[in-house]
Design a protein around this ligand. Sequence first.
Ligand code: NAP
Length: 357
Amino acid sequence: MHTRTFRDMNYRRLGKSGLWLSEIGLGLWKWGDPAYDGSRVGEHEGFAILDRALELGVTHWDTANSYNGGAGNSERLLGRYFQRRGQRVRDQVVLATKIRNSVRAEHEMTHEFTPNESGASRKYIIQAVEDSLHRLQTDYIDLLYHHAPDLLPDGSWVTPLDETWDAFDHLINQGKVRYLAVSNRTAAQLKAETEALAAVGANGARRIIGVQNHYNMLQRPKVAAKEEPTMADADAFLAYLAEAQIGLIPYVPLAVGLLTGRYRKGDLDESGRLAQEEWGKQFLTERNLDIVEQLIPIAERKDCTLAQLAIAWLLAHDVTSSVIAGVTKVRHLEDNTGAVHVTLTEDDLAEIDALTR
Ligand SMILES: NC(=O)c1ccc[n+]([C@@H]2O[C@H](COP(=O)([O-])OP(=O)(O)OC[C@H]3O[C@@H](n4cnc5c(N)ncnc54)[C@H](OP(=O)(O)O)[C@@H]3O)[C@@H](O)[C@H]2O)c1
């Protein structure tokens, strides 16, 4: 694989595109205004992490319009950062955001949304991007995701695909969006959307270049984004991405902290997200806690942390373009960044495969 470097950080192209992503990215889901929206990182700590990220060459930053219950504050925090640090810093960053869900106005505690304030319609998409640009205090989004498919109960699309993808094409033509990607998609959905975009695009440059799906060592089938997925589904999904040259950006790469060694059998870190958040329970299973005990000696043998092993394993997949672990401390970022120096041999990969498949 051809890579480039910037400040000791490796960069990979996202799918078939010419866009370079730092192998280590930043996941900003839990960022915002903690006293107001239940996020974990506010401006003070957030700015310190973003400054350190730039020093380390971590320039791929991933947010969404609706993070933290539709508050919009993850984007607002980034917007204030760009405003303070200036256009040069903004231009060095690959800014990724996602639209699909409803977002409240600033300081609004509750809001009733019309059916047009979420989804995949032309009206929603164009307005949502205008709103994100405003919160982000920038003129353009580098990578715009459609966050999750908007489906009817029978699995068909609510909005005709040509309407959705024509709206995205319009935003590319306006220069407000540089590249397009999707999230939480099956291979069949990706194929249908790729075709719809090609049909409306004025030239062959219109592509879905990346997909952001749930993937980590402990929950491998989930990458297929199907209900009740199997390992065979996951293998087929990854093979499709390789063939279609669509880059994978795995989310929850550290299983929300379980793959850092902070949660051990009988010794759970009560200050962490997994212990505090309701959805953490799906990760803290006997099986996963047992596997963690077996992964820790492998990390020790490789002279790396468990987080670095988990990220290096994701980067060992050629289809992975960047790993966007969520960080709430500067030291998390520094730890995770060390993963780019961990090389897993065929024997290491086979050993991990046997434990986690
Ligand atoms: N597209 C989607 O639908 C979707 C869905 C979910 C997430 N995402 C994206 O994926 C990103 C990553 O997912 P995630 O943040 O939920 O989960 P994650 O990256 O698997 O885990 C992040 C958590 O692990 C802990 N952590 C991270 N690095 C650590 C280190 N080196 N040592 C110790 N603890 C460490 C922190 O927990 P504490 O906060 O407890 O300290 C952090 O909040 C999100 O931020 C978001 O950008 C996208």
